[in-house]
Design a protein around this ligand. Structure first.
Ligand code: MN3
Length: 224
């Protein structure tokens, strides 16, 4: 299943309705996709206060800025992934790329978590993890290491590359979507993702993400 192919976001039985009005009227092209759980549902691992700022302020601001940047342009009629791909690497489209990618990345991050998540996956996902990393602990170490190796703001990702899975990291707004990789899940390692709850302890946050929050059903639904 492919997310964000259109303005109707569909995932794992959840119909997440985004703005379907395109640029026809004065309505904005993009809207903040609903959280798949309550803002306090990830406590004690991610506080409602963090979610209030991160989803309600940071993510909303990216949506608002993207609408401002694409208003009156052909991009207002296009799917988010198409905007990301066509602006990636374009020196005169940096603001649009950064903003569109951050809208996509954050929606993916919320979907990558669930209450009582984390731990080892099952089925084909576990088989692919063992084939790609040797073991779940091999994957876990690779993901934590990539998160810590990301200097400054960025993202850690699990992506599918053919028959194998890979852990990759990106800086700032950069996203595997721009590089043709199939994203399975992501962890936001910008400081705003964890500073209120974990201060400077990024490793603690990423380990909690893996052990208590990862939504393996979401990741498995994106396997090709
Ligand atoms: Mn963020």
């Amino acid at each position: 299943m492919k997310l964000w192919r259109s303005r109707i976001y569909v995932c794992a039985g959840l119909a997440l309705l985004a703005a379907a009005t395109g640029g026809r009227a004065a309505a904005p092209a993009f809207s903040l996709s609903p959280l798949p759980y309550a803002q306090d549902a990830l406590e004690p691992h991610v506080s409602a206060r963090t979610m209030g700022f991160h989803y309600g302020k940071h993510h909303q601001a990216y949506v608002d800025n993207l609408n401002r940047l694409v208003a009156g342009t052909p991009m207002a009629e296009e799917p988010l992934e198409a905007i990301i791909r066509q602006t990636a690497g374009a020196a005169d489209k940096t603001a649009v790329f950064n903003t569109a990618a951050q809208v996509w990345n954050h929606t993916c991050f919320w979907m990558s978590m669930k209450p009582n998540g984390g731990g080892t996956p099952t089925g084909r996902m576990m088989e692919m993890i063992e084939k790609s990393f040797g073991s779940y602990s091999g994957f876990r170490k690779a993901f934590v290491d990539a998160s810590l190796a990301q200097f400054g703001s960025g993202w850690a990702w699990l992506v599918q590359d053919g028959d194998l899975l890979k852990v990759v990291k990106t800086s700032n707004a950069d996203t595997p979507v721009a590089h043709g990789q199939t994203v399975l899940l992501t962890c936001d390692v910008w400081e705003h993702a964890y500073y209120l709850d974990y201060q400077n302890r990024r490793k603690d946050f990423v380990e909690v993400f893996l052990d208590h929050l990862v939504n393996w059903d979401f990741a498995a639904s994106r396997l090709r």
